[in-house]
Design a protein around this ligand. Structure first.
Ligand SMILES: CC(C)(COP(=O)(O)OP(=O)(O)OC[C@H]1O[C@@H](n2cnc3c(N)ncnc32)[C@H](O)[C@@H]1OP(=O)(O)O)[C@@H](O)C(=O)NCCC(=O)NCCS
Length: 193
């Protein structure tokens, strides 16, 4: 297990995952408050987004949660442009809502979040040692649901939740550590054949 509050940097083929820092606030303030990004996020997000929303989020919520050891939060950057933040992915301890993510509009649709999720899932199961990962998604959020479907998760329930855009039917998805390892092995086998 990782010591509490310590988060290593991640690397994937195209991405660097670096622990969220207060220095990322200005870039996130530019990237995040767009309707297409926030509409299917939980309505804990203030909308319209305040001028210091990113700073408030990082300073008052994200960094304390990291220090408590309740969350692991990374700003995503492209290896080709490491000074620029392009999105965020987080992992959260608890019985549900263990992973969340968003990506700036200009970088969507290139498979980048799928790539980040593989790294984050590995971290969740192999480094942190959790045995199940559970997430909730608005049924209307096709793109996000495809990440769950495509990465071996199982649909385990339906409920309604309140999002920035209103109350919506929601799916709960889950994957266990063994299922994750099996999915990764299948993927490696497919690449080799
Ligand atoms: C969800 C989000 C992070 C996806 O990031 P992304 O890097 O664009 O996703 P990917 O390119 O990895 O694509 C994921 C899947 O969705 C599919 N997809 C991409 N854009 C799509 C679209 N507009 N409509 C339907 N499917 C789409 C991709 O083909 C891929 O599926 P596949 O692996 O079966 O081909 C991004 O859309 C986003 O930031 N959305 C707003 C925030 C949000 O909703 N977060 C999740 C809350 S649960």
């Amino acid at each position: 297990m990782m010591p509490q509050g310590q988060i290593p940097e991640g690397k994937t083929e195209r991405l660097i995952l670096r622990t969220l820092s207060i220095d990322d606030a200005a870039q996130i303030q530019e990237l995040f408050p767009h309707w297409e990004i926030v509409r299917y996020l939980r309505n804990v997000i203030q909308w319209p987004y305040p001028a210091d929303g990113a700073l408030q989020f990082i300073r008052d919520f994200a960094l304390p949660a990291i220090v408590r050891g309740d969350e692991w939060i990374w700003a995503l950057r492209l290896k080709s442009e490491p000074e620029r933040v392009i999105g965020v992915i987080n992992l959260r301890r608890g019985p549900h809502d263990n992973r969340g993510f968003w990506l700036g509009l200009a970088w969507q649709g290139q498979g980048l979040m799928s790539e980040a999720c593989v790294w984050a899932n590995d971290f969740w199961f192999e480094t942190l040692g959790f045995t199940v990962l559970r997430v909730a998604k608005a049924v209307a959020n096709t793109t996000s649901r495809r990440i769950s479907e495509g990465q071996g998760m199982r649909l385990i329930g339906n409920e309604e939740r309140d999002y920035v855009c209103g109350r919506l039917p929601t799916e709960i998805w889950e994957i266990t550590d063994e299922e994750w390892r099996a999915w990764k092995n299948r993927k490696t086998d497919n690449r080799q054949t």
